[in-house]
Design a protein around this ligand. Structure first.
Ligand code: NZQ
Ligand code: ZN
Length: 395
């Protein structure tokens, strides 16, 4: 096990009717002038935005609003938000929504007190040391941004989708009422489930030895998600199933699943190029890229893939290791298919002819290499895209 530091300071306020605590929590964390940030329609349609506004008004907390965050959020709204926060002297940001809204809130929070261009943080030429406090009311369990220190934004010019992070970006509190997720359509629910599983798997597939506690935590979260996923898809109003899925998304990405080990993140790098180019949902891209990545790298750490097959998918640990590992990968693929997700380029609407473009932006974003479980260069990345496109078989 490697040395580590782990600090997840977010106050999670979980359960039914927890939105009524919003104003009180904002006061607790020093907010006096708030930017309420939200997405396209869902928070308005559900009445959540109005409820939050009422709650703040009752407690005499001043606020301004900015809506219109789109999925795969872009830099233009971040610039708009920074300008608004400076003009209105905002000292607290409340994000109502999912990863896209929360990530935009984090970028605005870091950019407002910074004199330069906020994109420098995403170029990683400047570290984020200071940010306005961010809080969230989560409406879709997926990205885990409600508990993470990360933000992912796309620069409109050039279509570069990039992530950055800092402890300063961890939300001070996150309100998580599973009832708010009842309105999620099946496809968004499934994309979210895929993303949280991917966040666990990016950490599970490691070459670091002897990390049994972290391994078992990862497996427990995956097993719980695999159990609850069909339930939540069949019964979108099932509170308990929604609650378990919601908490899983946070546990998957607040960092606890990565302690003591080297993490991978190659698949996220490969996927971000797809969602940047086609505007598809991040979770849909991951359902295609994760099995493709696994098929390419599994021989670089066969025992880990056998462990995944046996402990997560219940494959019998008898016979050839490659065969057992292959069955685990196939089980994951079948699970994605059972949720109606795409598992190849064709189903995703991606084109093999675009692989050169994907590699071009991946090279810029990754600096030419990615991953740790197996160090990948751009030839490897091309091969994985080709597996996803059905142009070649697995290793
Ligand atoms: O815009 P509205 O109308 O709100 O609709 C949203 C959006 O269309 C809808 N939605 C959200 N809550 C709903 C709802 N619809 C009905 N009922 C509700 N309760 O869902 C759609 C997707 O929302 P979005 O926020 O885009 O989803 P998600 O949470 O999956 O976030 C995806 C973004 O997060 C990034 C992804 O790359 C992508 O840009 N990620 C961020 C990470 C992080 N900050 O740590 C890590 C992840 O790996 C990921 O890369
Ligand atoms: Zn993700």
């Amino acid at each position: 096990m490697n040395n580590f530091r782990f600090c997840s300071p977010t106050e999670f306020v979980f359960g039914r009717n927890t939105v009524k605590n919003t104003a009180q929590l904002i006061k607790k964390y020093g907010g006096t002038k708030v930017l309420i940030l939200y997405g396209g329609r869902s928070a308005v349609k559900s009445g959540l935005l109005a409820e939050v506004e009422g709650n703040l008004q009752n407690e005499f907390i001043e606020y301004v609003k900015l809506g219109g965050v789109q999925p795969n959020p872009v830099d233009t709204l971040v610039y708009e938000g920074i300008e608004l926060c400076r003009k209105e002297q905002v000292n607290f940001i409340l994000a109502i929504g999912g990863g896209s809204v929360i990530d935009t809130a984090k970028a605005i929070a870091a950019g407002t007190p910074y004199a330069g261009d906020f994109w420098n943080f995403f170029e990683r030429t400047v570290a984020i040391n200071r940010a306005l406090p961010v809080a969230t009311i989560l409406t879709i369990p997926a990205a885990g941004s409600e508990g993470s220190e990360n933000t992912v934004i796309t620069k409109t010019k050039g279509g570069l989708k990039r992530g950055t992070g800092s402890p300063a970006l961890r939300p001070v509190f996150s309100i998580m009422d599973p009832v708010l997720t009842f309105t999620l359509p099946a496809n968004q629910t499934a994309y979210g489930i895929t993303d949280m599983m991917a966040h666990v798997m990016e950490r599970y597939f490691t070459q670091t030895k002897e990390v049994e506690v972290t391994d078992r935590l990862c497996e427990a979260i995956l097993l719980a998600v695999i159990q609850e996923a069909p339930r939540v898809l069949q019964e979108p109003d099932n509170y308990e199933a929604r609650a378990n899925i919601m908490w899983a998304s946070t546990m998957a990405h607040n960092g606890i699943c990565g302690v003591g080990r080297e993490e991978d993140w190659a698949t996220h790098g490969l996927e971000h190029e797809l969602s940047a180019l086609y505007g598809i949902a991040h979770g849909a891209g991951l359902a295609v890229m994760f099995p493709a990545w696994m098929q390419y790298v599994y021989t670089s750490g066969i025992d880990r893939f056998v462990q995944f097959a046996v402990r997560v998918w219940g494959i019998e640990n008898v016979g050839d290791k490659k065969e057992i590992a292959g069955k685990g990968i196939q089980a994951l693929k079948n699970f994605f298919i059972s949720m109606g997700l795409p598992v190849d380029f064709a189903a995703l609407g991606a084109k093999a002819a675009d692989i050169d473009r994907l590699i071009e932006t991946l090279k810029i974003n990754s600096g030419g290499s990615l991953g740790n479980f197996c160090k990948l260069d751009m030839n490897d990345a091309r091969a994985i895209y080709e597996i996803a496109a059905g142009l070649r078989g697995c290793n």
